[in-house]
Design a protein around this ligand. Structure first.
Ligand SMILES: Nc1ncnc2c1ncn2[C@@H]1O[C@H](COP(=O)(O)OP(=O)(O)OP(=O)(O)O)[C@@H](O)[C@H]1O
Length: 264
């Protein structure tokens, strides 16, 4: 169980630029559930992810991952329990290292062991098997540098890297937003398969309402630092994009700019 209790994040507190990015977030995510997060620009989505990765310390409140209180644990000490795939395909891996070396680093995340040792055992075969699951033919290119791959291929490898060790939580930060539609669909299907097969507790931030409803078990919508919608089960299954837009308008009593959320 991931639990956020009374989380507030105030940037620049006490300055003229003070900004309350999260305002009393209470959220419990059951083990193995896949939550999609949607919200207009500046709603607090990245801040929410930052709270889970440890990049941002809450001003008040408590963050529990399993039985561990991680509220004040910096990112480096959460590496074993939280894995992340970024929007930018270049951000999650090292372009000058080979696919295999990147996988070895991912497997060593949070542990004090060298790269040579990580690659010396029969791990090579395990890496090959995991990469072969992508069906992109990359298992024959494990010695290629990451920067030789396309954005989509790189995101697919990043997904393998993020799911290589049994992290307690997988965070997806608009991880298909920079890809062309075909590759975005491929990476999304892959994500769904990995999450399902490995029963990963997952949170995916997306600007696409279609993705938010089509994938996962639960959708939350943030607005002005608050959770304004939290749907799952049959209520969610019956939802259409138009319902989501109407709910948003009802809850906030505001109109929604077309460019704030992607309809598709
Ligand atoms: N480091 C910071 N210092 C000051 N204000 C910040 C900082 N980071 C975020 N904010 C502000 O906090 C609010 C929430 O930002 P956040 O990036 O979490 O929103 P978001 O939902 O991810 O938006 P987007 O979809 O545009 O990425 C915004 O008003 C933003 O300007």
């Amino acid at each position: 169980m991931i639990s956020l209790k009374d989380i507030e994040v105030v940037f620049g507190k006490g300055t003229p630029l003070e900004k309350r990015a999260l305002n009393g977030i209470n959220l419990e995510i059951e083990d193995g559930s896949f939550v999609t997060v949607i919200g207009s620009n500046g709603a607090g989505k990245s801040t929410l992810l930052g709270i889970l990765t440890g990049d941002i310390a809450p001003t008040t409140g408590k963050v529990m991952i399993g039985t561990t209180d991680v509220t004040r644990k910096p990112t480096v000490h959460r590496a074993e329990i939280v894995a992340r795939v970024f929007q930018d395909p270049l951000a999650g891996s090292c372009g000058t290292l080979t696919i295999e070396e990147n996988l070895a680093l991912a497997e060593r995340r949070g542990k004090r062991r060298g790269l040579a040792m990580a690659l010396s055992s029969n791990r090579r075969e395990m890496f090959r098997e995991r990469i072969a699951e992508l069906n992109l033919g990359l298992e024959d290119r494990l010695g290629d540098r990451m920067d030789m791959l396309s954005g989509g291929q790189r995101q697919a490898v990043s997904l393998v890297m993020a799911t290589l060790t049994g992290s307690q939580m997988l965070l997806l930060d608009e991880h298909t937003a920079a890809l062309d539609p075909g590759m975005a669909e491929f990476v999304m299907k892959l994500t769904d398969r990995f999450v399902e097969e490995r029963k990963l507790t997952t949170m995916m931030v997306t600007h696409s309402m279609r993705q938010a409803l089509d994938f996962g078990h639960r959708t939350i919508m943030l607005h002005a630092g608050e959770i304004v919608l939290d749907v799952s089960g049959d209520e969610r299954k019956g939802l259409q994009i138009e319902d989501l837009i109407n709910m948003f308008r009802q809850i906030r009593g505001q109109t929604l700019d077309d460019d704030e959320l992607l309809i598709g």
